[in-house]
Design a protein around this ligand. Structure first.
Ligand SMILES: O=C(O)C(=O)[C@@H](O)CO
Ligand SMILES: [Mg+2]
Length: 254
């Protein structure tokens, strides 16, 4: 199995460039991040070249943090800001060779939000495609993100079909999917053609994959049987330094 360190959570106390180097030393095959924009893209590109790691994903900005915003792309009347954020993410991804941009939907509900999200995704996909960059959308659970527009894989599937862009895919985060819908094994099988990236953490405490109500022995073996070979994103909260939490990595890499 191959694994990607999500540097939004792992080594999050380090500058992003140091975190990339730490992930390499620990044995990860790739990295991904949340919001890298405070670090110059050229510095991140250099750390990636030095380590030989690829950046698999980054997020569009959340918006006004003082108001608790969590993405702009499904917010009616915020299209101009949403598109500036998409352009910013594409430029950063282009410089760093990042594979996918997670277009964050935000807190919104209803038909208008759906339509705005689809329009912004159409824009993002068209602008990202010439650079070979993918756009992913990720259902978030209602415990951590109550009121978030995108909350289930079935809703994501409908949006992906409606937008109809070849570079629009699903970010399947096993942690969120288990909390909202369950049936992880069957969902991975059914949705494999639209999956752009997979993330994991224990459920319900979002910790290492060797605990909680999901068996990652089973899930990783199932992904292998499906022929899924891309790195899986370790997006769990280490609650302290990351290295002492990596027994699971040693186990699955050996
Ligand atoms: O929360 C998650 O899960 C993510 O993958 C983030 O990128 C979105 O906040
Ligand atoms: Mg996730």
């Amino acid at each position: 199995m191959k694994f990607s360190a999500n540097l939004g959570f792992l080594w999050s106390e380090l500058p992003l460039t140091d975190a990339i180097r730490a992930a390499k030393v620990a044995g990860f095959d790739a990295v991904e991040c949340h919001w890298p924009y405070d670090t110059p893209a050229e510095d991140v590109a250099l750390a990636l070249t030095d380590t030989g790691l690829n950046m698999l994903g980054l997020n569009t900005i959340r918006g006004d943090l003082s108001k608790g915003e969590n993405g702009l792309n499904a917010l009616p009347n915020r299209m101009t800001e949403a598109r500036v954020a998409i352009d910013q993410a594409i430029e950063y991804a282009h410089i760093t060779g990042t594979a996918n941009i997670h277009a964050m939907a935000g807190f919104a509900q209803g038909v208008e939000a759906h339509d705005v999200f689809c329009e912004n995704l159409t824009y993002a996909c068209a602008k990202a495609a010439p650079h070979g960059i993918g756009i992913v959308i990720e259902p978030l659970n209602h415990y951590d993100a109550p009121g978030y527009f995108l909350s289930t894989t079935s809703q994501a599937q409908q949006i992906i079909t409606e937008v109809g862009a070849p570079n629009l895919k699903l970010m399947f985060d096993c942690y969120h999917v288990q909390l909202m819908e369950g049936d992880i094994t069957n969902r991975l099988t059914k949705l494999q053609s639209i999956i752009g990236h997979i993330q994991f953490a224990s459920v319900p405490d979002r910790s290492t994959p060797d605990r909680g109500e999901l068996s990652y022995d089973h899930i990783f073996a199932h992904l292998k049987s499906l022929g899924y070979a891309a790195p899986l994103g370790a997006e769990y909260k280490p609650n302290g330094p990351t290295p002492p939490t990596l027994d699971w990595l040693t186990k699955y890499k050996s």
